[in-house]
Design a protein around this ligand. Sequence first.
Ligand code: SF4
Ligand code: SF4
Length: 270
Amino acid sequence: MLIKIQSETPKFKCNACGSCCSHIRGIIPKEDREFLKEHAFGKMPVVQLVPVEQMTFPLWDWEAKRFMEWQNEAGVDANIKPLRAIMDLNSNKAIILTYFMDGETDACPFLKGSKCLIYHTKRAYVCRLFPFNRGPFLSHQGMTLKEELFGECGAMEHILPQVPDNFNEMIKFLNDAFPDGSFINAVQNDMVIEWANRAIVGLVRKKIIKPAMNHPYNFLLKRIENAEKIGFTDFLVESGCLSKEEMKNLIERFDDNTDANEKIRQFISL
Ligand code: SF4
Ligand code: SF4
C-alpha cells in the first residue's frame, strides 16, 4: 500500500529576540533607499524631511497619534517627528503623511530589554509586518525577487528556501506559513500605501491641493518647517473629502486588515 506523505507548510515562529526593533535607524530595503534618494527630496509632491540615514520606521499619521499617547502611558520619550510631507500651496499647510521616532539610539524607544512596552496594543503596521519588508502584490508587476519581501530575521531560515516561485502558490504558502499575521499586515500596509498614493493624486487632480515641487530642497524644507502642520487624514476631513465618521471607519477597516483579507481570499479560493 502506498502511503501519501503530505508536506506540511512550515510555520514562522518569532523567537522574540528583539533584533528587528533594536536597529531601526536607516534600515530600509536597498531599492526603497535608492528610490527615496532619487525622488523624495523635492522632485515629487511628497517630500522626505530627514536624510535616509536618520529616518526610522515610518508611522502613518493616525498611528503616530496613538504612539504619542502610548509614549506617555509607557513613560518613554519617542521623539516623534514628521518624516514625509506635502507642502500645499493652496492652504499653505504642510500635510504630514508619515512620522518617525527619532530616539536617542537606533533602537525603538519602546523596546526595553527584548520586550516591546506596547506589544498589547495594535502597534503600527511596520511593527506587525516584520519579518516582511513588504507584501508581494505591490511589487508583482515589477517582479520583485521573493527574497526582497523579507527583512533580516533569524527565524526565517527554515521558511525562506521553501517559498514557492509560482506567484499563486507563493500567496497560499505565505498565508499558511505566517499564523502570526505578519503576512496579512504586510499586504494591508501595501494597500494603505496604494490608497494614500491614489488619494494624493485625487487631491491634486481635483485641485484641492497644489504641492510645491521642483524648488531647491533646502528652501522647501524651510517652508515646510515654518508652515502650519496637519496630519494627512485630518486634512482629508478638513478639506471635506471624507467625513469624520468615514475617516474613522476607513482607519478601522485598515486596522482590521479587511482589504488584505479580501485580496488574499481571492488567491486561496483558486
Ligand atoms: S521577527 Fe525575527 S528579528 Fe524580529 S523579534 Fe522575531 S525572530 Fe527576532
Ligand atoms: S513599538 Fe514595539 S514592536 Fe514596534 S518597533 Fe518599537 S519595540 Fe518594536
